[in-house]
Design a protein around this ligand. Structure first.
Ligand SMILES: Cc1ncc(COP(=O)(O)O)c(C=O)c1O
Length: 410
């Protein structure tokens, strides 16, 4: 991917707006989140327990009312039991990935990732000194047959550090199983079972970035991969973590999220320097979010967010369906924030991004998300941030740039 100083440089400059480039909540959601946070803060700080929240967080347990409220909220949203005792806090999903990588791997270890992935997580994993090994994916998520072959190739027969209670995994698998970034794909049931089988066989820790899971655009529900690693299985040890965040359903500025994790993972994290020292995460914000959940403010916000994102996605698809030449392929998104679009091989998505940028519209070329810089003829278009009228206006510009490029090749 070209540097930030090249013609794509303005894509990375947040001062010039998010446009259709970034998967961030809309201004309306951020305004509503501001009001909700204010109300929840007053509620939380009026409780007798408020003084507890102004202290360092407990070494062993996050704030109990937070875990109780969050577990109830998630159980209702997922339609499946979430246990408060499985929950830990993080400072957002990016921090969750950093924490898990630093506790459960060593520099030089392997981390398997989908060949297209969230750039922010890739940077964290690279900075932790891990060797990133891509695994192909399709519309049903990661190709599990390929995953097994690649895991065996990378780990089979090789010396690894001895597995102990403090270091129980041979490698990490970072995945975005539901409403994947950038593709929007969802892992099928069959493959979810396979991922758990492979993780158990090869002692992998599966880090699921479940950041868009609560933002479906259709009625279809997807189980968390975490739930497939069932505690009732005779060979259960705990190989999957669900790493999630309030960034997409409330506000990214909060820097607060949660993880559902097996006991052996929670115990090791409780002993990590940053939890043991009380250095993080944000204990006070957990109290405020407990109030936001108890007062129904998070429910209201999520309801409105889902309605906005559904309207935006549908407006964008209408413009694309009406205006794009038939050689352009994309699937209607089922959830999350993105449309993943395939252009003919002869068109470089980078050129479309550059012509869109000339009209102040941001869309990312696919190679930005690829471990090896492939997928050069794909575009990622984010529909979460702009109000509907602007989504329509900017989508029309994207269509115009693509049409011009297709016409010029005739
Ligand atoms: C897959 C994925 N994980 C994590 C994040 C960031 O989450 P957080 O703000 O909680 O760090 C994003 C989006 O920015 C994302 O797309």
């Amino acid at each position: 991917m070209e540097g930030r100083s090249g013609p794509l440089g303005p894509l990375f400059d947040s001062r010039t707006g998010q446009s259709l480039g970034y998967g961030v909540p809309s201004d309306e959601i951020l305004r509503r989140a501001t009001a909700a946070y204010k109300e929840a803060s007053i509620h939380s700080m009026s409780q007798e327990s408020a003084i507890e929240l102004m202290m360092y967080g407990s070494r062993f347990d996050p704030f109990q009312p937070f875990c109780q409220s969050l577990a109830r909220f998630l159980t209702r949203e997922f339609g499946e039991q979430v246990f408060e005792t499985d929950l830990l806090t993080n400072c957002g999903a990016t921090d969750g990935v950093r924490t898990l990588a630093s506790q459960f791997s060593r520099p030089g270890d392997v981390v398997f990732v989908e060949e297209l992935t969230f750039a922010g997580a890739k940077w964290q994993l690279e900075q932790a000194g891990l060797r990133i090994v891509p695994v192909p994916l399709d519309e049903d998520g990661v190709l599990t047959d390929e995953l097994e072959v690649i895991v065996e190739r990378e780990l089979g027969g090789k010396e690894s550090h001895a597995l102990t209670d403090c270091s129980p995994f041979r490698a990490l698998f970072y995945t975005i199983p539901v409403y994947h970034n950038p593709t929007g794909y969802c892992l099928s049931k069959e493959r979810a079972k396979e991922v758990v089988r492979i993780a158990r066989k090869h002692d992998l820790l599966v880090i699921c970035d479940d950041v868009y899971h609560l933002l479906p655009l259709t009625e279809k529900k997807h189980r968390r991969l975490f739930a497939y690693d069932s505690k009732d299985d005779p060979n259960y040890k705990g190989h999957v973590v669900s790493n999630a965040t309030f960034s997409k359903i409330f506000a990214p500025g909060l820097r607060l999220g949660w993880m559902e994790a097996p006991k052996r993972v929670r115990d090791i994290i409780a002993e990590s320097a940053h939890i043991k020292s009380g250095g993080a995460p944000n204990h006070c914000a957990t109290g405020i979010m407990a109030s936001a959940i108890q007062l129904g403010l998070l429910d209201d916000l999520l309801l409105r967010a889902k309605a906005i994102y559904k309207e935006n996605a549908s407006a964008l698809c209408d413009i694309f369906d009406r205006g794009l030449p038939s050689c352009i392929k994309y699937k209607k998104p089922q959830g999350g924030f993105f449309i993943w679009m395939k252009l003919p091989e002869s068109i470089a998505a980078k050129d479309i991004s550059i012509s869109c940028l000339r009209q102040n519209v941001k869309v990312f070329p696919g190679n930005f998300f690829s471990v090896h810089g492939d997928f050069k003829n794909y575009l990622r278009i984010a529909f979460s941030h702009l109000p509907k009228e602007k989504v329509i206006k900017e989508a029309e510009i994207v269509v115009e740039c693509i049409r011009e490029s297709v016409e010029s090749r005739k």
